[in-house]
Structure formats: C-alpha cells, structure tokens
Ligand binder design. Structure first.
Ligand code: CAA
Length: 380
C-alpha cells in the first residue's frame, strides 16, 4: 500500500478543488436556502468527466479509479454537500451497477448518456415500508410474456425529480424473499412513472428527495439489470460502492467545517486574545484533524480495495460509518467554536451541521453499517 497520489490523481485533486472553489462554493449558500437544483453546475461537472468518473472511456466516462472519485467527491462536497450527493448517486448508484450488471445494449443506450451528463440517474430501492430492511420490497414486477408490469411506491429517492433514468427494484417472486427481487432500468418518461411528493429537508436542500409512484409501468425484458432474482445482490453490491461515495461526501463536509473553525479561531478575540490560543479550542481542532484523517484513510482503503477488484463490503461500511459520525462530531464542535455566530446562517457551519446528519442515514444508517461490519467479523 502506498500513500502518494499518482500524477493523474493529483491532477484530479487540483481540477476538483479549483472547480469546487470557483464554481460550486459561491452558489452553495443560496441553493441551500432556495432548494434550487444546481443544473448548470451538474452540466459543468459532466464536462469535467465527474458524472461518470469510473466509467471506461468506451462508454463515454472518464475511465478513472475509485481513489480519484473519493478525492473529487471530497472537494465538491466540501463546497456543497447537495452537489456532492447528486454527483455521488449518478456515479455510484447508477453508472456503477449499469457497468457491472448491464448487458451491452443497456450500456450503450443508458450508461453513455449518464456518464456524459446528457442524462441523470436515481436509485429507487427504499419504500415506505422497506428502508433499512431493504429485502422487504413491496413493489411488484409481474411478467407478461416478454414484458414486466411494475406497481409500487418508492421513497426518499435522491435526484428523483430530475432523473431521466431510474434503477428500480421490485419483487418478481415474493415467495422467494430476497432471491425474488429483480432490478430494472426505467426511463422516467415511461407511462405510469410519476413523482408524487417532494420532501422538505433539514439539509442537502438543493438535491431533490422524491417519492415515486409506479402505476402499471410496462417494461420489456431488455430493461432487466442482471437476471431475474438477482436484484438484491445488485442492490447490495452497488451500495458497497455507494458507501464509499457517501463517506467521501462526509469527509468534505467535515473538512469544510474544520477549516471554517480554524479561520474563525484565528480572528475571534476573547479575554484579551485570539481564541486559537486557548487549549479548549486547540484540543477540539486537534481531535477534528485526527478524526478526519482517520476517516479519510478508511475511505481511501475501501477505494483502493475496489480498484483492486477485491471484496470491500466491510471496509466500505467502516469508512461510511466512521466518516459520517466524524462529520457529525466535527460539525457540532465547529458550531461550538463559533459560539452564537455558529448558530446563525451568517456562517456556513450551521449548513455543514445540517448536511452532515444525512450521511448517518442514507445508503445504510450507522446501525446498518455496524450490522454489516459485525456480520463480516463473525464469518468463518
Ligand atoms: N454484495 C453482494 N451480495 C451481498 C452483499 C454485498 N455487499 N451483502 C449481502 N449480499 C447477499 C448475501 O450474500 C446473501 O446472498 P445469498 O442469499 O445468496 O446467500 C443475500 O445478499 C442476503 O444477505 P443478508 O442475509 O446479509 O441480507 P439481510 O436481509 O439480512 O440484510 C442488510 C442485509 C445489510 C440489512 C441490507 O438490507 C442493507 O444493507 N440494508 C440497508 C439498505 C440501504 O442501505 N438502503 C439505502 C437506500 S439507497 C439510498 O439511500 C439512495 C439515495 O437516494 C441516496
């Protein structure tokens, strides 16, 4: 294992940082307040190759490794966590499973526009009664000759309002439990696909979180992602990669909050001196930096294993768990360092605090990550 970035990874870091500071960050406060989807920014992210980072160039992607993806995600999310999750879902939860499980026809038709930014994707696994218990799918897909008819409701779908393509999970054979779930690629303009509700949220307010209704959505067999009954494995292995993306988003949020705290502490005076001279502040910043580096190392290790094509389920869960809890811890301390100012919208730390919370919930709660880690610890 080596810690130096390659020249290509260094270039991605510089490109992502410049773009994050120059384009993404200046809009972050406004779009958090208005809840406006950053369509122009997403278009520019696609021009940089950041919407299909790990997709090979033959399918229109940037052909980069997972480490580059972590680096870019951290930079974009440090500037704006909403933009970060829009990018993460398209990369990890839509392009990745299409690349891994899609046949050639699906890849040509859907992966290329998703990677090039002509289309945006969403991942429709969660349901009103199937969140952490993802195997309890109630959406059905009934086969009629060469067609499948889908009916059901999907909840909390990031990018759900804007997406052109959805990865949808549904029960094709309820009697088989999780082995009866299948995955489908669904163009969102198909008859019977509607966005039935938009959530009003604590954080990541510029990314949409939608409820989706599927009413007699008719698909052909060619829209199957993987085989009939492979859906749960498609979902779980996709979420392994997704958890690296969310860990990176959490790193970005945490780093931004730490940097804001250091800047504030270098300017704020109390008791006749700048507050960074107080041990109370120094120790908080020391703990922030130590936890952030630990979270980053865990995240890079998971990405390194993904790049090596080794199994990284446990490592991705550890990275997501620790990075998310670190983001929550650092953003809480960041507000403490800012005092009353940190509680106002005049300083960005309150936004980072609100944005951090979701990283402990989506793509598997912290409790689910502990469950996944523990299951792997007791394996033979
Ligand atoms: N890769 C491949 N296969 C896997 C796997 C993985 N990482 N994890 C499990 N599997 C397979 C198992 O091998 C097993 O296969 P067999 O039956 O052939 O042996 C099968 O899946 C079932 O495994 P488990 O018995 O472990 O499944 P479970 O039902 O007990 O629990 C769980 C699994 C970990 C709780 C899982 O349901 C889970 O991860 N839940 C959380 C769901 C989640 O993360 N939802 C997020 C929604 S997406 C989102 O947030 C999107 C967004 O818009 C941002």
């Amino acid at each position: 294992m080596q810690f130096d970035l390659t020249d290509e990874q260094k270039m991605i870091l510089e490109t992502a940082r410049d773009f994050a500071n120059g384009v993404v960050k200046p809009k972050a406060k406004e779009i958090d307040q208005t809840g406006q989807f950053p369509a122009d920014t997403v278009k520019k992210l696609a021009e940089l190759g950041f919407m299909g980072m790990m997709v090979p160039s033959e399918y229109g992607g940037a052909g980069l490794d997972a480490i580059s993806y972590v680096i870019a995600m951290e930079e974009i999310s440090a500037a704006c966590a909403s933009t970060g999750v829009i990018m993460s879902v398209n990369n990890s939860l839509v392009c990745d499973p299409l690349l891994k499980f899609g046949n050639e026809e699906l890849k040509k038709e859907y992966l290329t526009p998703l990677a090039q930014g002509g289309k945006l994707g969403c991942f429709a696994l969660s349901e009103p009664n199937a969140g952490s218990d993802a195997a309890r799918q109630q959406t059905t897909a009934v086969q009629e000759g060469d067609s499948f008819i889908l009916n059901g409701t999907k909840n909390f779908i990031t990018n759900g309002k804007e997406a052109n393509i959805a990865v949808v999970f549904a029960m094709t054979d309820k009697a088989k439990g999780h082995k009866g779930i299948s995955a489908f690629i669904v163009p969102t303009d198909v008859k019977g696909f509607t966005v039935s509700r938009l959530e009003h949220k604590l954080g990541i307010r510029a990314s949409s979180t939608a409820q989706i209704m599927l009413e007699d959505v008719r698909l052909t067999k060619k829209n199957l992602l993987g085989g009939v009954g492979d859906g749960f494995k498609v979902a779980m292995s996709t979420l392994d990669g997704g958890r690296i993306g969310i860990a990176s988003q959490a790193l970005g949020i945490a780093r931004a909050a730490m940097e804001e705290s250091i800047e504030f502490a270098k300017q704020r005076e109390a008791f006749g001196q700048l507050i960074h001279n107080f041990e109370a502040i120094q120790w908080m910043v020391a703990d922030m930096a130590t936890r952030l580096d630990s979270a980053r190392l865990l995240t890079l290790r998971a990405a390194y294993l993904k790049d090596k094509k080794a199994r990284f389920t446990k490592e991705a869960a550890m990275a997501k768990l620790f990075a998310a809890e670190t983001a929550m811890w650092i953003t809480t301390k960041a507000i403490q360092i800012h005092g009353g100012y940190g509680y106002t919208t005049d300083y960005p730390v309150e936004r980072h605090f609100r944005d951090a919370k979701i990283t402990e919930i989506y793509e598997g709660t912290s409790e689910i990550q502990r469950l996944v880690i523990a299951a792997n610890m007791f394996k033979d």
